[in-house]
Ligand binder design. Sequence first.
Ligand code: ADP
Length: 193
Amino acid sequence: HLLVLINDILDISKIEAGKMDLYLEDFNIDELIENVVSTAQLLVERNENTLRVECDRNLGMIYADLTKVRQILLNLLSNAAKFTKNGQITLSVSLFCPTNGAMRSAPNGTASSWIQFAIADTGIGITPEQQQHLFKPFMQGDASTTREYGGTGLGLAISQRFCQMMGGEISVESLPLGGSCFTVLIPCEVVAP
Ligand code: ADP
């Protein structure tokens, strides 16, 4: 716990000092998902949850910051595992091309194809008021959440900054007691800032 706390504080300090850099490389999405799923498996099982993975076929390679994408996904999966008991967590990965009559619009920017990661759970959910503050550093649901579940309130703030650095975005849909779904969009070819 202390190590997570220290790493989170270092990350947010580095981001806010403008010293966090991107390391862009080509990597395979299937390999990333395999790695993330095996890392998260113990966390998922701790609360008697099950993890379902739904990946489009032939996702192929993307050009992005592998370590940051992995950190975003692990943070979202560990939150889903923490705030869900005896439930289901679903990680869905798909390609998203806004020109193909897509249901949602892409974030601002020039990317024409995006990779979309959605992490859905059947856990405690988040009220609309809490949703407005989730991505601010050190913000947690409320005092009772902190007491019951621990944590630092930094994971989502760091994840959002990482997405933005890569030209992507993160969003949430949730209902109290109705589970949560966090969606991350990252360009398939991230452009260095
Ligand atoms: P932490 O998990 O360390 O508290 P985060 O920044 O990752 O910090 O999350 C902030 C807050 O958002 C959490 O304290 C919790 O209240 C809420 N939250 C995040 N993910 C979920 C989820 N999947 N289900 C319910 N609440 C969540």
